[in-house]
Ligand binder design. Structure first.
Ligand SMILES: [Mg+2]
Length: 103
């Protein structure tokens, strides 16, 4: 099983809540969609930006999505006693059960 391990920090200058991180996640997902739309010319505007730069924009937004998702995990652990490690095991099992992943 191939893994990509990405460690993202707990932001210590913010006081995120479940609601604020959930909203932020949707906002960042929108920005990711916007960046991809730009790359594919979906907005109707002619893009003069080089592919390499567009890929950087897309990746930046994807990392924002990941950071926000991880921030929400910290909130769930800290304020709602969620065991992310346990839930992660359940998640992997679900992927296997669905046939998306094999050992
Ligand atoms: Mg963003």
């Amino acid at each position: 099983m191939e893994h990509k391990v990405i460690a993202l920090p707990k932001l210590n200058n913010l006081a995120p809540t479940m609601e604020s991180t959930a909203l932020k996640l949707m906002e960042e997902a929108g920005e990711l969609a916007q960046a991809i739309g730009k790359f594919r010319g979906l907005s109707g505007e002619v893009t003069q930006i080089e592919e390499k730069e567009v890929m950087r924009m897309i990746t930046r937004e994807l990392l924002d999505v990941a950071q926000t998702a991880v921030s929400m995990m910290y909130v769930l652990e800290e304020y709602y006693n969620v065991d992310i490690g346990l839930m992660l095991e359940e998640h992997i099992q679900k992927l296997m059960d669905k046939g998306y992943l094999s050992k």
